[in-house]
Design a protein around this ligand. Structure first.
Ligand code: ADP
Length: 249
C-alpha cells in the first residue's frame, strides 16, 4: 500500500535509568520529507531519545515505528540497513585519507560485494563518480584531494555528513550539526542541509536557534523528558511555556 505520511513514529516512548525517568511517554511523529528539530534545555532528554531511536539504548516502555514497521526491538545494524542513519555514528573520518578517499571508503562499506577481488573497472569508475558527487553535494569540491586532517573543523563535519550520505539514509539523524562552529561554517552547514534534504527526512538535535528557525519544518520541544510543545518555529517560539523553559534554565 501507499507509504504513510509519517516516516517515524514513537508511542509512549519511555526510558528510565535506575529510577530516574529521562524520557517519559514521548509520542514523536516525524513527517516524511521534513526537517524536524528536537530542542530543549540541557538534560531534557534529547540525546536519550536519539539513542532510543538508533537502538543504542533499549526503551523501558513504548514503541518505535519506522515506515510503519515496529523497530522497537531491532538492533543498531538492522536500523542502519533499513535506512535510519545517525551522522557520526557509523561513519568515521580517517584523518590521513583525502576527502575523496574517505567518501569512497564509506561507499565501499555500504556495498562490500562490489569490492570483490575481481571487481570490474566500470564498477570502480561508477563508485568514483558517486564519491565525487557526494563531495560536491556537501560543498567540498575544492578539497577533493585534501587530507581530512587538513580541513577546518566545519569542513570536517561536512565530510562526516558526506560519509553518512554514502549510506543513502532515508532518515538522517543529525546530532548538533553546527556544534562548536563559527559563523561562516554554520552558514555552510545550513546550506548543506538544504541541499541534501531532497528525498530524505532529517531529524536533528540543534541548539543554535537561527539554524533551527532557518531549517525546520517542525520543532519538538522537550523538557524534563516530555514533549512541552510542537509545531512550526513561528508558533513554538511564541509559546509562553517554551519561553519560560528556556529562560528558567
Ligand atoms: P539532553 O541531550 O537533552 O541534554 P540527555 O538525554 O543527555 O539530555 O539526558 C536526560 C537526563 O537523563 C539527564 O538528566 C541525564 O543526566 C540523564 N541520563 C542520561 N543518560 C543517563 C544514564 N546513562 N544514566 C543515568 N542518567 C542518565
Amino acid at each position: 500500500g501507499a507509504l504513510s505520511d509519517l516516516v517515524l513514529e514513537t508511542a509512549g516512548l519511555t526510558k528510565e535509568f535506575r529510577g530516574f525517568i529521562a524520557v517519559k511517554d514521548v509520542n514523536l511523529k516525524v513527517r516524511r520529507g521534513s526537517i524536524h528539530a528536537l530542542i530543549g534545555p540541557n538534560g531534557a532528554g534529547k540525546t536519550t531519545v536519539f539513542n532510543l531511536l538508533t537502538k543504542f539504548l533499549q526503551p523501558s516502555g513504548g514503541t518505535v515505528k519506522f515506515n510503519e514497521r515496529d523497530i522497537t526491538r531491532a538492533k543498531p545494524a538492522d536500523i542502519a540497513r533499513m535506512g535510519v542513519v545517525r551522522s557520526f555514528q557509523i561513519s568515521a573520518v580517517f584523518p590521513h585519507l583525502t576527502v575523496l578517499e574517505n567518501v569512497r571508503v564509506a561507499l565501499q562499506a555500504r556495498s562490500p560485494k562490489v569490492f570483490h577481488f575481481w571487481r570490474s573497472v566500470r564498477e570502480l569508475d561508477h563508485l568514483d563518480g558517486r564519491a565525487k558527487e557526494l563531495v560536491e553535494d556537501v560543498g567540498l569540491g575544492p578539497f577533493l584531494h585534501t587530507p581530512a586532517v587538513e580541513l577546518s573543523y566545519g569542513r570536517k563535519r561536512a565530510l562526516e555528513i558526506a560519509t553518512t550520505l554514502a549510506l543513502d539514509p532515508e532518515l538522517m539523524l543529525l546530532d548538533e550539526p553546527t556544534q562548536g562552529m563559527g559563523h561562516e561554517d554554520v552558514g555552510r552547514i545550513i546550506e548543506l542541509i538544504r541541499r541534501i534534504r531532497t528525498g530524505r527526512t532529517i531529524l536533528m538535535v540543534e541548539h543554535n536557534m537561527s539554524v533551527v528557525s532557518g531549517l525546520s519544518d517542525t520543532i519538538t520541544v522537550l523538557q524534563r523528558g516530555q514533549i512541552l510543545a510542537e509545531g512550526p518555529y513561528e508558533t513554538v517560539s511564541k509559546n509562553p511555556a517554551v519561553i519560560e523553559a528556556y529562560m528558567g534554565t
